[in-house]
Write a protein that binds this ligand. Structure first.
Ligand SMILES: Cc1ncc(COP(=O)(O)O)c(C=O)c1O
Length: 385
């Protein structure tokens, strides 16, 4: 029955698309530029202490789905706090960002709704659109005119435009203010996945919608993860109270899923408190990403200009990207590797994530390692033009 899996595995290996799990040891001294702990809070003693205090108080698990026994005071407090921080009416915590996107899109979409998505949107948004059974279409990357045309020409009464704020592939920013204006003009909603914006963009890390001046708008819904800047685990949907009410009663990934574990809730709440008290963390991670990209470009590598913490560096092929990332790891620097099918333009990339706690020496060392391990420089596709 499963012989075909081996055939598929061989084809993936031949195309340089093999993927494997590499366990990370707790005391590894590798410089980690592959994770999403943008503010360095995942191991912050205050956040770790809050996680263990919440586990001691509530137990290891939340014991049930949110509508049964799985809503604790701690969930309600975190939801109020996240809504207040992000400047929206209401928030709902899910057990991951992936499930927040699936839940929001399947509850807000449906056969009577057109979903319009940027071609670079994250896989969880694409999966959410598929699950929603809505008519959906992909538009060219950051193309506001294409979104306007899709909304103008639609046959469905309801429409929702779906976009990442900071795109995971190249680390660039969606034109959020322009998208919000077009949505309003055409009576459509806007759903923004701010996974890479929360804690990094906007005043004090209040996110990309706040930076674009559209936080709290009545036709805007924001999703985010608690697992990147907030160093914890879990996801959230933020928006008008009536949207959140609708999700509580209809979002299947909320209703039929065990509530987020107390330790994760406690960690996210403490991380948010740290971010409120130290808003400069957000400025620092952005400065660190910009410095990293500038130095990589100065060294001749093809690094994109980062809007937030994600710095993307083009590689000549999937296999070369994989080998390059492997050489970086061997030299003590962990970097991510994006290859098809995760990259819609089929260009493979190394993906580095800046952190607010990177020092000047860290940045120099990372750039030295990337340059020393780069594929042959004769390959013109690798070099910046
Ligand atoms: C843009 C985007 N959306 C959603 C997710 C999913 O979030 P989570 O890891 O909490 O499931 C991620 C993270 O991997 C992401 O990068």
């Amino acid at each position: 029955m499963f012989d075909w899996l081996d055939v598929r595995a061989q084809a993936r290996a031949k195309a340089g698309l093999r993927r494997r799990l590499v366990p990370r040891s707790a005391d590894s001294d590798v410089r980690n530029l592959a994770g999403n702990d943008y503010l360095g809070l995942a191991r912050d003693p205050r956040v770790v202490a809050a996680a263990s205090a919440a586990a001691r108080r509530w137990g290891a698990g939340s014991t049930g789905s949110r509508l049964v026994t799985g809503t604790l005071d701690a969930h309600a407090e975190l939801e109020r706090d996240l809504a207040d921080f992000c400047g929206v009416e209401s928030a709902l915590v899910f057990s991951s960002g992936y499930l927040a996107n699936l839940g929001a899109l399947s509850a807000l979409g449906g056969p009577g709704t057109l979903l319009v998505a940027d071609e670079y949107d994250h896989a969880s948004l694409i999966d959410g659109m598929r699950l929603s059974r809505s008519d959906h279409m992909r538009v060219p990357h950051r193309d506001v005119a294409a979104v306007a045309a899709a909304l103008r020409d639609r046959s469905r009464k309801r429409a929702l435009v779906v976009t990442d704020s900071v795109f995971s592939v190249d680390g660039d920013l969606a034109p959020l203010a322009a998208l919000a204006a077009v949505c309003r003009e055409h009576s459509a909603g806007l759903l923004i996945d701010d996974a890479h914006g929360l804690g990094v963009l906007g005043p004090g890390g209040r996110g990309a919608p706040a930076a674009a001046g559209i936080a709290g708008a009545p036709d805007v819904v924001v999703t985010a993860t608690l697992s990147k800047s907030l160093g914890s685990q879990g996801g959230v949907v933020l928006g008008p109270a009536r949207v959140i009410r609708h999700l509580v009663e209809t979002a299947r990934t909320f209703i039929f899923d065990t509530g987020l574990a107390p330790a994760s809730v406690g960690a996210a709440a403490e991380a948010l408190a740290v971010l409120r008290a130290e808003p400069e963390l957000a400025d620092r991670v952005r400065a660190s990403a910009r410095a990293l990209a500038e130095r990589l470009r100065a060294a001749g590598l093809d690094a994109a200009e980062p809007a937030g913490a994600v710095v993307s560096v083009r590689a000549p092929s999937a296999q070369q990207a994989l080998d390059w990332a492997g050489r970086c790891a061997a030299a003590g620097v962990a970097v991510g590797c994006f290859r098809p099918p995760s990259v819609p333009d089929h260009v493979s990339r190394l993906r580095l994530t800046a952190r607010s706690d990177l020092t000047e020496q860290d940045l120099d060392h990372v750039v030295d390692v990337l340059v020393a391990t780069a594929p042959a420089r004769a390959d013109e596709r690798l070099l910046a033009t």
